[in-house]
Design a binder for this molecule. Sequence first.
Ligand code: KG4
Ligand code: ZN
Length: 340
Amino acid sequence: MRTPVVLGIESSCDETGAGIVRDGKLLAHVVASSMDEHARFGGVVPEIAARAHLHSFNPVVRQALDQAGLRVGQIDAVAVTTGPGLSGALQVGLAGAKSLAYAAGVPLYGVHHLAGHVAADTLEHGPLPEPCVVLIVSGGHTSLLLVRDLVREPILHLGDTLDDAAGECFDKVARILGLPYPGGPAIDRAARDGDAKAVAFPRPLTRPGNDPFAFSFSGLKTAAARWVEQHRLRGEEPSVADGAAALQEAVADVLTRKALAACRAHDVRTLIVVGGVAANSRVRALAEERCAAAGVELRVPPMTLCTDNGAMIAAVGDLLVRSGAEPAPLNVSIDPSAPL
Ligand code: KG4
Ligand code: ZN
């Protein structure tokens, strides 16, 4: 039998993604982002995101099919994110995916968004070395996961952020420093000329007795605001470069320290880092340094697969199809607050 071709759809936040995967290989990968439409509000506006998905769904799917040189009739299964995410946004993707599956007469698979992030790495580096620890760091998530068997066992949540996500922290502090949105790349650039030791920002939840795998980033935002304010009270302007470098160091330190502690605690030899914040140069450098010292293999998929996309959902769908998993009924609904 011909290996099945799986179309994956992602629409949980501000990216409309369609990807096509066959036998673990990426055939197409198209993403339309509504990020620019949210920029002036300083964050994702759910209603705008849902409308943008509606607008982008057909062109994105069409483009993915063109990229793979396939017709709808040549798709063997459709996989779609059912949650977690913004409900209006998820609804649009699920309705579109159902229509496609129904029209093509092929099975539909519901996919957990985080399983997608994990599977993204397989498109670049091949089968997942299980067990592995996965650090997901984006504008919406900061989670440490233990993956034993992606398609057969639930992902084990080791820890999450108690408040802001790491990317959100970058975005909010960038605003405080007068840098543009999205703040992460702006902070990364500004930090190049800064001294990371110039400001002693806190390392939240790293004291003995703290939850070793939980994160908290809202305190960093407050610390940055106070640092700026103290300068202004003295009639000085703070060094944006120093603030950016010190913040980046604090975030990178906490993320990599906890990720490696998770590898040690569970005797895992592979760490996978995904999400927009995985693009951060200091997070990457420190992860490389600490993984090498601990004898842990570090995998970071290319950025286009790290951020939200349909290819990662197709990758999970492909694994589900090949493992003989049961498809979802056509009346499956979204699960916006799906357990993490
Ligand atoms: O995964 P992503 O594209 O979207 C979701 O949040 O789902 O992640 C976006 C986040 C933003 O908060 C952005 O500021 C952050 O990733 N980001 C970075 C960098 N590039 C993107 N943060 C730090 N350094 C970067 N170079
Ligand atoms: Zn995501």
